[in-house]
Design a protein around this ligand. Sequence first.
Ligand SMILES: Cc1ncc(COP(=O)(O)O)c(C=O)c1O
Length: 419
Amino acid sequence: MSGDTSRGGAATGNERSDRGFDPAARLAERERQSLRRDLTPIADVTARAPIADDPGNAPPVFDGPEQLIFAANDYLGLAGDERVQRAAAETAREVGTGAGASRLVTGDTPAHRALERDLADTKNTERALVFSSGYATNVGVISALGPDVVFSDELNHASIVDGCRQAGAETVVYDHCDPSDLRAEMDERAGATPAGSDESWLVLTDSVFSMDGDVAPLEAICDVVESFGAWLMVDEAHATGLYENGGGAVQRAGLSDRVHVQMGTLSKALGSQGGYVAGSESLVEHLLNTARSFVFSTGLAPPAAGAAREALRIAREDDPHRERLWANVDRLRDGLEAAGYEVWGETQILPVVVGDRDDAMALDDCLRDRDVVAPGIRPPTVPAGTSRVRVAPMATHTEDEIDRCLAAFREAGRELELV
Ligand SMILES: Cc1ncc(COP(=O)(O)O)c(C=O)c1O
């Protein structure tokens, strides 16, 4: 039995034996479907670190060898950068470890304001606003905009999907990275809209897709969106910090003034935590009044804001980090392809597609046996038949470490007869 139903009192005839939950049975069901996952503690957030088995409620024990981590989104390796760590510590000392309240009460500090000015500058917008996570940003922004209809790429991130659900919007899903299908869907929906309707339409796309490593055709999407008078919101979670002047794919394509809402996260290439939205002054003022995940949540922790600001400064400067990341990406992609693997994408995310889910999980295990951590990804996260190992190099991997990763892939591929 999972719930306590023995509270006494006179029977009314409506009692059932159990109105509680049975998490153990639900877990067993996930196990049966091979979908159960475990936590794997890591000793520190760097390109090489020991990891431990899930210890449950006990402290983790890191008694194994150091692993090469090709699984983190800290693409520039800035979570371990001394300058970024110092900025977090200084902000904690000067401002406090927590914001203490919602930004709308007493949680709005100079650390938030300085970061927001730099983000707006990087994204070429009038203003920016930071949230406590990228997830909270998407859910808060989409629901506060309250579109009547959203058009969403079929591979958009879960936080966009949840934002659409919370907004209660009619959701039209278009084919991945396909502006022609987007146009066809918008055309069809326009045909079904009564003349003179004042419906609001929002088109949503990731810029860099986290599981496929490809980039949305942003310019073509802008053309379609503009021809219907709709708004476009782009999620730059996996692009922020990596392109022009520390901006994202929107800046690389020179489209800052054609994208109505840019969002992103501070938790990936900026090595911190939190999310942001960037756009016009009126958009930001509207969101800080109405986005529930902003209004009813404590402000982003000031040390996270301080760290993100310093990371953004480094990403914007001519720092060697970006250059080293792209050199590592090229070396790894070339080596994996030369070994006979199929590697998708065109960014720092390298999906090594093996097709079968069991093969992907076996490859993940075999790599771990060789002290390389790169996660196997299977349905329902990716479509059936496209299971893969997602490889994410960092700027802080050495050439020797990239070569060790490649050697592990070659050996594991031969052992499993994948290459
Ligand atoms: C495309 C995309 N958007 C939003 C998020 C959420 O960001 P955060 O991790 O800061 O909550 C993620 C995180 O994985 C993401 O991949």
